[in-house]
Design a protein around this ligand. Sequence first.
Ligand code: XMP
Length: 512
Amino acid sequence: MEAKELILILDFGGQYNQLIARRVRECNVYSEVVPYNISIEKIKEKSPKGIIFTGGPASVYGENSPKCSDEIFNLGIPILGICYGMQLMAYTLGGKVASANTREYGETDVNIDNTSPLFQGFDSSNIFLMSHTDYVQEVPSGFKKIAYTSVCPNAGMENQEKKLYGIQFHPEVNNSKNGIQVIKNFLYKVCNCSGDWVMSSFVQDSIKKLKEKIGDKKTLCALSGGVDSSVAAVLLSKAIGKNLTCIFVDHGLLRKNEGDEVEEIFTKNYNLNFVRVNAKDRFLNKLSGVTDPEKKRKIIGEEFIRVFEEEARKIGTVDFLVQGTIYPDVIESGLGKSAVIKSHHNVGGLPEHVDFKEIVEPLRSLFKDEVRKTGLELGIPEKLVYRQPFPGPGLAIRIIGEITDDKLTILKEADSIFREEIANANLHKSINQYFAVLTNLKSVGVMGDERTYDYTIALRAVETTDFMTGVWSKIPYDVLERVSSRIVNEVKHVNRVVYDITSKPPATIEWE
Ligand code: XMP
C-alpha cells in the first residue's frame, strides 16, 4: 500500500529542515520539504494531513524575511511552527514578536503545560534545545501559552480549536530529549495520522509501479556498487528481472577485492543481466602523468561515460535508464540557494550517446537512511547496505600526485589493513568514513640494518552525519599502533604512517 498521508514541511531556511522531514518519516508518516512560498492551490492539491514551518535565520520584521500566504492559517490544516515558524505564526495572526538582548542557546529546561495535545504524557519540565534571539512576546488572540523558560515567556503556544501550534525550541535534534515525542504527538494527536509510511510498503508498492510502468521493456542501469545504485538495481530486478541490464564499469580504482565482491553479489543473488567491464588500463592510460585533482575527476567522469556508452551501444536501444537519485538531491529550498546537488558526487553525469527514452528514479523520494532500510528489506547484504561513502573517482583522489599501477597496489594493501583493524576493534559502525591515503612524500627510514627511502601512508578517519562537516575520529592509540606496524611490515615501499588529526572544516575529508 502506498503512503496516503503527507506532512508538508515549509522551508524557511533553517539548518534542520531535512532533519525535521526525516524525523516525521521515522514516525511513519511521509513528509516532503517544500519552499516556504508554495502556493495555496498547490497545498490544497497535495492535501496534507498537517504542515510544519521550519526555523530560519531571519527576523519576522526583516524587510525580506520569508513569509507564506496568510490564507494558510484558514485551510483547516493543522500547523506546527518551529522557532522562526512559531514567530511567523504569532506575527501574522496578531501577536507580538520582539528581539531579546541576548541569544538563548543550548539545552534548556522548558516548563510545559501537559494538558496540551502536543505535550500529552510529558512531565511538566523537559530539556529541549533552544536557539533564538527573537521570541514571541505576546501570543495572538485565541492562543494560549503552553511552554516557557526562565528567559522566554512564550516558548510554546496553541490554538486547539484551529489546530495551530508553535514551539520556540527544536524538537528534531537529539539534544531535545523527548523531541521526537512532540513530533509524534503533533502527527498522531493533532493531525490524526495513522502512520502508513513503512519501508515494506514502499518496497511492495515500488515493485508494483515499476512493473506497470516498464513491463517487458528494456532498462539499463549503471551500477557502481555503492548503496544507491545497488538498491535501485535490486528494486528493479525484483520488478522486471532480466529486462534489466546492469553495467558495472570497473575503473580499477576501487578498493582491494571490491570489484570481485560486487560481481559476486550481483551475479549470484539477483535475477538480472550483469555486465562487468574491466577498464583499469584504459583509465590508467588516460590518467598517466596527471596530478591535478580536478583534472583527475574530470578524466575519470568522462571516461566512465564513454565506457558505459560503448557497452550500452552493444545492447542497442533501451527504453529506460535507471538513476540512483535520492531525496536530498532534489529538494528545492526556494530561498535563492540552489538545490543541494553535489555535482562532483555523480560519477559522470548523464551519458549523451545512449539511446533511451526515459529516466527512472526509484529512490527519488527517499532519504539515505531510508535507502538503507529499503536495501535491508530487499535482502541486500548488510556489508553493502552500510558501506561507507566511496568517491566516484575512487582511489585516484587518494593517491596524491601521479597515479601508477604500483602506487595503486600499495594503497589498496595499506587501506585494506586499516579497514580490517578498524573492524577488528569494532569501530566500523562508529566511524563514518575511514581510509588510507598514499601521500607523495618519501622519507628516510631504517629496516633491519638497511636505510630505506619510501612512501608515507596517511590514515584518515572522520565522524560526521552529513559529510559537510566532521571531526577526526579519536581512534585508540593501540589500534593505530597495530595498523601502523602492520602496514610498514606488510606493505612494501611504505616506511612511515601518519594519522590525520584535522577536522572538516578547515580540511576536507578526502585529501584531493
Ligand atoms: P570532501 O573531501 O569534500 O568529501 O570533504 C565529502 C564527501 O564526499 C565524498 N567525495 C566524493 N564523492 N566524487 C564522489 O562521488 C567525488 O569526486 C568526491 N569527492 C569527495 C567524500 O568521500 C566524502 O564522503
